[in-house]
Design a protein around this ligand. Structure first.
Ligand code: ATP
Length: 239
């Protein structure tokens, strides 16, 4: 059963200087699962992802990826270990082409990506196909998000962590994007999805966790969480 678990955070505490943000956070992502991490503005969701990624140093606790401890190691080594973060705001290189942006995802890989990998990504994200040679800065917000996810997939992630991919996108685009995320999960990509829009995320995720002021206050199967009106009202602003 150990090998079914891809990512485990145990008793994770982290913050910025004297400001403690995360308190004793436990969270598990199993292989092939999509897990949603929910919570209001400022609950600590980005801090959690940034701690997983090595951008924020944990004060205490453990982070285990595929049976290897990764807490406190350098961000590039965490990328090499297979934990890939698609950050909030997507970090697009606007003057590079879409193709170049996507290829950057492979820069820590030992093997050069095969042409068939790009082809598979373009089948997954057909909107990007016609834009491959265009500067990424000309894409719409939703297309840029898709490109950022394609870049993350190019890294061959053990776990793909997404920080608020729906932020600022039109509802139709969010629906399209989340349908693609569900397809990726169905194909075996392990996903940790951070979102403020609880009902949206719980519609596609397998399980969810609710973060409130840096503590996990609820967890469970997505179906159960999304039917818990009191929980959604109390912690998630009814969204
Ligand atoms: P949001 O959706 O607004 O990003 P979040 O749940 O991701 O919310 P965080 O961004 O992790 O929350 O923020 C958690 C707390 O940490 C907030 O009180 C925030 O002000 C604080 N914080 C975030 N980044 C820093 C930083 N670089 N230095 C100091 N405090 C920070």
């Amino acid at each position: 059963p150990g090998e079914m678990v891809t990512l485990v955070a145990r008793g994770l505490c982290a913050g910025y200087g004297a400001a403690d943000v995360l308190h004793d956070v436990d969270l598990t992502v199993k292989r092939g699962e999509m897990v949603a991490l929910l919570g209001a503005n400022g609950a600590g969701k980005s801090t959690f992802l940034n701690t997983l990624s090595g951008l924020v140093a944990p004060g205490s606790g453990r982070i285990v990826l595929n049976n290897t401890n990764i807490e406190g190691i350098a961000p590039h080594r965490i990328v090499e270990a297979g934990l890939i973060l698609v950050p909030e705001g997507r970090q697009v290189f606007p003057d590079l082409t879409v193709e170049q942006n996507i290829e950057l995802g492979a820069y820590r890989r030992k093997s050069r990506p095969a042409a068939s990998e790009l082809e598979a990504l373009l089948t997954r994200f057909p909107r990007l196909r016609d834009r491959l040679k265009s500067p990424a800065g000309l894409l719409s917000g939703g297309e840029q998000q898709m490109m950022a996810i394609a870049r993350g997939l190019m890294a061959q992630p053990q776990v793909l962590a997404l920080d608020e991919p729906s932020l600022g996108l039109a509802p139709a685009m969010v629906e399209e994007l989340y349908t693609i995320l569900a397809e990726l999960r169905d194909e075996g990509v392990t996903i940790l999805l951070v979102d403020q829009m609880a009902t949206l995320a719980l519609a596609v995720a397998d399980r969810g966790y609710v973060l409130e002021q840096g503590r996990i206050v609820a967890e469970g199967k997505a179906d159960a969480l999304k039917q818990n009106d009191a929980l959604i009202k109390a912690y998630l602003g009814g969204s």
